[in-house]
Design a protein around this ligand. Structure first.
Ligand code: ADP
Ligand code: MG
Length: 681
């Protein structure tokens, strides 16, 4: 059995289906069997007809009363009707355009159906159900996996293909986890786990299977990161930047004194840069703690040592802002920096690219555009990525590969608890700025319900009258009736025409062109706009000291860490700032979450609480941390398994740091497959 073999060789997969499977990212047998169900439907327990409620999806065991009767409908359509009964009642089963069913049912024979019940005017109807002959359990009579799917490939087809695949591998999958660990953590072996994750026969099967697969995924990821870190630490191939390129020269150029925390972190970075070990460091610090200043010092050292620097930010707005900040300090030191974002003209771009390749630009600041193949450096020595949670691990390495083992500094304003830091950044050393520059005022935060809306508007007006500016943040761009979220444009209309007709209101959202967004942000900065309605595009890094109010609509829909980041957009100037969280819903979790936001400004406390108080309404939750996509694990729900996996990975790294022992060869193979582009250990 070859797990790498093309899916086209699996029974039931024709040329058409190969393409559909490929679209789902399934190319090999292994891809297929690790394409896990999104959820399950329990079709194992049948209901008597008399107990079927309207709208319910049920399994019914009943006898056909007569043959199917087919009726012709207008426009070449047909309808098939079958009358069925069990001991408790009678029902009509209806299909449309399924002539081939005509002779499928024998009067007097028993069948099992699964479908949605219609109960009106005292009549029971089931429309377009799936069914099995008695004694067969194909579409009914068992727990059925539901896959995350395309509309083209039906659940039924994929399920059948999956059954064939599982049959093919059953009993032949080699165990990937070391026996010792599997025993210690009490994990299902791989063959049963694979079978039961797709086709559980009971909830117990499923739970055991899932636990094992989640563990394996987290364990191998954690192990890979730790192994990668070990590898960095044992290497001597990094750049050793000049001792003479002194950071203190640039530290003195700032119009403020660095905080103690900044100085400590700079010391760590300085040592790391001078050593021959490549730097792979995460710089964590709350919004406004001064990470950018730290990055500038590192960039200065690299340039003065004769290297180029790449600074990568998640949005054009932020890249532009960084560029201005860098120029303000570094131009005087004759350091040449340029901005590369998708908004610039082709000509400008070509010019920048050729100068970059010639070494005529020292620092290039940009967005994802920096990842493009055409971007070449003469001598790239340092890569800084800002707000890392927007970039994946892959992107981090893509840019680093443009140089010869450049040092890498990753900045993140999302303080994360240790357990998460270890699985997200387990390959990095961590530096923390745990202190804000002096004289920052606490942002006063209030949580309010709808009833307070007009009082809040009056409050905003007072601040606008005094010349301040305000943000209103909404969770979604387009109207979504279902969830009653207020769209940006709707809110904009309301404020501009009804509430503040005399003030300049504007809106900005993620789907605008980068140029448009930038234009609006610039106008806001120049105080040509008083009130800015936006989605979360302003979340990261934007600096407008005159803005002192942040209103967040439907605050219950955001994760706490994200609320904290948003709030960090105000409180950047000399004025007392305010954050108003408008929330809906009465749940206790919601109230607790709002309370945390009102009580503390400390990002680390907030992120701990965020994990603790994750409510079901919090579907933005995972995005804010940039959690990598796991196939089956969910870092929040699976926290207990994550802890077990981390412990096991750490133990294993102590016992066998190079993964040389015989029993660890399979797991070694597994992790190097998984992180193909990154490690050969
Ligand atoms: P971060 O990137 O961590 O969110 P920034 O580096 O953008 O923070 O800094 C936020 C603001 O604080 C900037 O206006 C910056 O000039 C200023 N700043 C940074 N460090 C200090 C400091 N030590 N003292 C006073 N102001 C500082
Ligand atoms: Mg920043």
């Amino acid at each position: 059995m070859d797990l790498n073999k093309d899916v086209k060789y699996i029974k039931g997969v024709g040329p058409n289906r190969v393409l559909l499977l490929n679209k789902l990212g399934i190319f090999s047998l292994n891809d297929l069997i690790t394409y896990y169900p999104r959820t399950y439907e329990d079709r194992s327990k049948a209901k008597p007809l008399s107990e079927c409620a309207h709208g319910e999806e049920v399994t019914i065991e009943a006898v056909a009363c007569a043959k199917i009767i087919e009726t012709r409908l207008p426009r070449n359509r047909t309808m098939q009707k079958l009358i069925i009964r069990d001991e408790t009642g009678v029902a009509t089963v209806t299909w449309f355009n399924q002539s081939y069913l005509k002779n499928k049912f024998e009067p007097g024979n028993k069948y099992r159906f699964y479908g949605k019940v219609n109960h009106s005017f005292g009549k029971l109807e089931i429309t377009s159900p799936v069914f099995d002959e008695w004694g067969k359990k194909q579409n009914t009579g068992r727990i059925i996996p539901i896959y995350p799917l395309t509309f083209q490939l039906s659940q039924n087809s994929l399920r059948k293909i999956m059954e064939n695949a599982i049959q093919e591998v059953e009993g032949k999958l080699p165990e990937t986890l070391p026996e010792k660990i599997r025993k210690a953590v009490n994990l299902e072996e791989i063959n049963l786990a694979t079978k039961y994750i797709h086709f559980p026969t009971s909830i117990e099967d499923f739970t055991k299977a899932r636990k094992r697969l989640v563990f394996e995924e987290l364990f191998s990821t954690q192990l890979a990161l730790l192994a990668l870190k070990n590898k960095y630490l044992s290497e001597d191939k990094g750049i050793s930047f000049e001792k003479e390129a002194k950071m203190s020269d640039i530290i003195q150029a700032f119009p403020f004194q660095m905080t103690k925390a900044q100085l400590r972190v700079l010391q760590e970075i300085d040592e790391n840069m001078e050593s021959t070990k490549p730097m792979n460091r995460l710089l964590q610090g709350d919004v406004g703690s001064g990470k950018t200043a730290v990055a500038m010092c590192a960039a200065y050292k690299a340039v003065k040592s004769g290297y180029q620097v790449a600074i990568m930010a998640p949005t054009a707005i932020l890249a532009t802002q960084h560029w201005h900040n860098f120029k303000a300090i570094l131009d005087e030191k004759n350091i040449r920096s340029e901005l590369l974002i998708s908004g610039i003209t082709k000509k400008q771009k070509e010019n920048i690219l050729s100068r970059l390749a010639e070494g005529e630009i020292d620092i290039i600041i940009g967005t994802h555009a920096l990842l493009e193949e055409k971007v070449e450096f003469k001598k790239l020595g340092l890569v800084v990525t800002d707000e890392q949670h927007r970039f994946g691990v892959k992107q981090r390495t893509t840019i680093a590969e443009k140089g010869q083992n450049p040092d890498v500094l990753v900045m993140s304003a999302t303080p994360i608890p240790r357990t998460l830091a270890l699985i997200l950044y387990g390959d990095l050393d961590i530096s923390i700025i745990d202190e804000l520059p002096p004289n920052r005022k606490k942002i006063e935060t209030f949580a309010v319900t709808k009833q307070m809306a007009s009082r809040i508007d009056a409050f905003i007006q007072k601040q606008l009258e005094q010349g301040r500016q305000a943000y209103i943040v909404c969770p979604l761009v387009e109207e979504n009736e279902e969830m009653d979220l207020r769209s940006v444009s709707e809110v904009y209309e309301k404020y501009q025409t009804e509430i503040f007709p005399n003030y300049r209101v504007a809106y900005i959202h993620g789907k605008m062109k980068p140029k448009e967004k930038e234009e609006i942000m610039n106008q806001f900065k120049k105080q040509k706009i008083d009130l800015l309605i936006s989605t979360t595009v302003i979340e990261v890094g934007v600096d407008v000291p005159n803005a002192n109010i942040m209103v967040i609509e439907n605050a219950e829909r955001f994760g706490l860490a994200q609320l904290h980041q948003l709030r960090g957009r105000v409180g950047r100037g000399e004025y007392q700032s305010f954050c108003i969280l408008k929330y809906e819903g009465k749940g206790e979790t919601i109230r607790k979450r709002m309370k945390v936001m009102c009580e503390t400004n400390d990002g680390f406390i907030i992120s701990e609480k965020d994990l603790e108080l994750r409510g079901s309404g919090d579907f933005f939750g995972t995005m804010q941390h940039g959690i990598p996509e796991f196939k089956i694990a969910n870092l929040f729900e699976d926290m207990p398994i994550l802890k077990l996996a981390q412990q096991a990975a750490q133990n294993l790294m102590v016992e066998d740091p190079e993964l040389e022992k015989k029993e660890n060869q399979i797991i070694k193979q597994l992790i190097s497959d998984k992180f193909k582009t990154r490690i050969e250990i």
